[in-house]
Structures are given as C-alpha cells and as structure tokens.
Design a protein around this ligand. Sequence first.
Ligand code: COI
Length: 352
Amino acid sequence: MDIKITRAKQLKNKPDESNLGFGHYFTDHMFVMDYTVEQGWHNAQIVPYGPIPMDPASMVLHYAQETFEGLKAYRNHDQILIFRPEMNAKRMIASNERLCMAEVSEELFVEAVEAIVDYEKDWVPSAEGTSLYIRPFCFATEAGVGVHPARAYKFIIILSPVGAYYPEGVNPVKIFVEDEYVRAVVGGTGFAKCGGNYAASIAAQVKAEKMGYTQVLWLDGVHRKYVEEVGTMNAMFVIDDEIVTAPLEGSVLPGVTRDSCIQILKDWGYTISERHLDIDDLMEYAKNGRLKEAFGTGTAAVISPIGELSYKGNVQIINDFKTGELTCKLYDELTGIQWGTKADPYGWVKTV
Ligand code: COI
C-alpha cells in the first residue's frame, strides 16, 4: 500500500510518563484511509492528528455504523513490539460484517497499524506499565438519512500513550453486578466491537460509579442470570480448581487477552471451562470461599483483579480484597511476553 505522508508542522511535547492515565494524550499523527463502493479502499495517508471534516448527514452520526479495535505497542529498549494484531484485524472483519460495513482486510489492517506505529515510534513510552494504545476505527461517511448500508467509510488509526486503565492500577477493583440493564443478547451485536454496545452500557456504568463501584458485571440478556463480561474486559473466576469464563455464543466480546489467557492457562495445566455460570452460584462460591480469585482480561485493563462483587444487596469480598497468586502469575507471564522480557512460545509478538 502506498501511504502519502504529511508531516505535522509542529510536534507536541510528550506527556509525563509517570502520570499518563488512559486515553488522555494523542500522538502527532494519525492514519486515515477512505472507502467508496466504486473505488474500494484508497487514499491511504499519515496526516497530522486533528479534526476530521464531516457532513452532518454522515450516516455514522444517525445510525451508528461504527466499529473499533484496541491493541498496544510496547517498548523494549529500542525495539517496538505489537501483540497479535491479526486477531484484532479478524475481529474487525467480523464486527464490520455484522454492521454491514465495508471489510478492512487483515493485510490492510496490520500494514496500516505497523506503518503508523513505526512513524510514531518515539511516542511509545518506556516507564514500567506504560504502552502506546492503538485505536483503529471505521465508520460510515456517506451523507444521507435513509437506513441502509453506507456506500462510503473511513478507516482511521489514532495512538495514545497510556498507563493503567483503572485508577486502582493493578490493585483489585469493585464490581457491581447489573440487574436492571442488559448489554447484549444472542443475535444482537454483543460479539462485535462497535460503539453502540458501549453507548448502551454507559447508564449502568454511571449507576455503578455513583455507588462507588469501578465497573459492572453483565448478566445474560435473556435469563438475567448467567455471568457474561465486565464493562471493558472479559471475566474469569477461579472456583476450586476450575477457571470459568463465559462461552462465546454471540453476546460476549471475543477478547484477544481472553484468548491469550485461556491458552497460557491450558498450557500451565489448569482446567479452564468456557461455560455458563449462574450468578447465584457465583455469589454462593464467593461467600463460602470456593471462589478463590476473580479477574478481568482486556487490552486496556490487561489483567485486573476483582476484589468485590455486589449483587442485589449481597456484597462479597474475594480473596480478602487482595490480588490472587494466579492473577499475579498470569499478569507477569502475559505482560512479560508483551514487553518481550519473557519467551514468546506462541509467536504472538511482532517487531515493528
Ligand atoms: C480495549 O481493551 O481495548 C477496549 O477496547 C476497552 C475500551 C472500551 C477501553
């Protein structure tokens, strides 16, 4: 792919790496590409980061044809590493298909990610626990208010140097089990990474935050009883000697970190079951001590211990609100592979 480059006239000062938070700073440049039914994907460019002119009738603003991805670049001295970008590419293909949007091929996605990360490599931070968050996204730009698949799209990649997603850092988070709203149902868009899923989740998030919780744990939308996922991450529960996570049946996001953890845990000899887990049983296991550890997995959240669950007034503390042994071991292994400080037997890491 030929990429036309327009360099920013003035480069920004880099932020203090000890206080990055998540998603507050953006690099000097972004990748932009256009699609029309007539021309396919064309006009690949790296341009200064900044506003994008849009027609007010752009279909994304009305009917939400929008999908996105999240992955990270890591610095190991002079080397820049990215983690399983082809998995994100495949997920965007599935998301775009569900929303009847133009396909961004795996090759195009990976090449564009590598190109913009390479161009902005000075922005990959080096302080412990920091990385460059990569946010590819795709949306409908055709002007019109009839409901049908748009005939024009943009694919953009922006980059943000980040630290921990949660203010708690790698310490346990408190989770509110949502019993009023639902996130997704089988047959809907739950498996797709699209803005609409997150828009629909915000009311529950606001409610949970008001009560002092960091995130919500969603239950299935039909029975309102089986555990699905947490707001920004998949969830895993260590019950006796079994690790349980929700199955991918259409309503749960197929997380890249989820998939990686399942693989590592299996290779370590753990029993990991992708199965339905009744919330009443989970609360009982938490109460009687059979729930040894719980943690979330996600690109932004990495591995985040869950220290408290609240469901219909029943509040249970997990592992004395301490990060569990397995959670720590998994965090070390996964981040070691991602930062290139541990062997990568899976071939997951790519050097840019
Ligand atoms: C990610 O982990 O990359 C996500 O997309 C979660 C995000 C909504 C912050």
